[in-house]
Design a protein around this ligand. Structure first.
Ligand SMILES: Nc1ncnc2c1ncn2[C@@H]1O[C@H](COP(=O)(O)OP(=O)(O)OP(=O)(O)O)[C@@H](O)[C@H]1O
Length: 231
């Protein structure tokens, strides 16, 4: 973590809503470059709603939040794709385009974010697949890959544009524990190279095995602490 650099996320006095329903009140926290932060709390406590607000899938109407330099309380609809290029998002369900190869899935994102040179596109795809520990899977269709391999492709996709932060919502929720552990190692490698990680999880083994800062959603509030307070 580098606290000398500007934070990647700053949330101040934010109220998080789902429609008219208040979910979290007066949320305040920062995430610094290279930091690892778990987001925990019971089902329905607001973890996904908070993450959705941070990647501008839910509007922020009260308070302020700045993510990768974008002011979410003021963001214009047209700027949302640019914000999303600066953050990598990984969900529980793999969300690959099922009718396209791995390579096409990744090239789709690069082309949509302004990459034109086919050689640069091919090189970047090989680089991110290597980063997540996958070899030559370029021509495979998602259904030809295991769940763990598909999630690695999703992480590779999230890393294509070198985001400063990965936001992950239960990224191992659909995987068996051993595979989930391998995926956790992929995130750890990425984190060690300087990308911040904000990960919502129910997995107490991760909290036990990977001591870190913890944001806990509880009773409509977000409390800042550490895994040591919990286990
Ligand atoms: N699309 C939606 N429309 C209306 N209310 C919603 C919507 N999604 C979630 N909620 C409500 O918002 C509250 C917070 O839900 P949220 O999904 O953020 O919790 P969570 O902590 O991520 O839960 P889980 O661990 O089950 O994923 C809950 O009361 C939920 O019912």
């Amino acid at each position: 973590m580098n606290m000398l650099q500007d934070p990647v996320v700053v949330v101040e006095g934010a109220d998080i809503y789902q429609g008219d329903k208040p979910v979290l009140n007066d949320v305040n926290f920062k995430v610094f470059p290279g930091e690892w932060v778990f987001l925990i709390g019971r089902t329905g406590s607001g973890k996904s709603s908070l993450l959705k607000t941070l990647y501008a899938d839910l509007w922020l109407e009260t308070g302020s939040a700045v993510v990768s330099g974008y002011e979410l309380h003021k963001i214009k609809h047209d700027d949302i794709p640019f914000l999303r290029r600066k953050i990598g998002i990984v969900f529980q369900d793999f969300q690959l385009l099922t009718d396209r190869t791995v390579e096409e899935n990744l090239a789709f994102v690069l082309k949509a974010t302004g990459w034109r040179d086919p050689f640069a596109i091919a090189d970047r795809i090989t680089e991110v697949l290597k980063l997540v520990g996958l070899g030559i899977v370029h021509k495979k269709m998602p259904h030809q890959l295991s769940g763990g391999e598909q999630q690695r492709v999703v992480i590779a996709r999230a890393m294509l544009n070198e985001p400063k932060i990965l936001m992950c919502d239960e990224p191992t929720g659909n995987l068996d524990p051993a595979v989930g552990e391998q995926i956790m190692h992929v995130f750890k490698t990425i984190n060690r190279s300087g990308t911040a990680v904000l990960m919502a999880t129910h997995n107490y083994d991760f909290l036990k095995n990977y001591p870190a800062r913890v944001l806990r959603c509880e009773h409509g509030e977000v409390k800042d602490g550490s895994t040591l307070d919990i286990i």
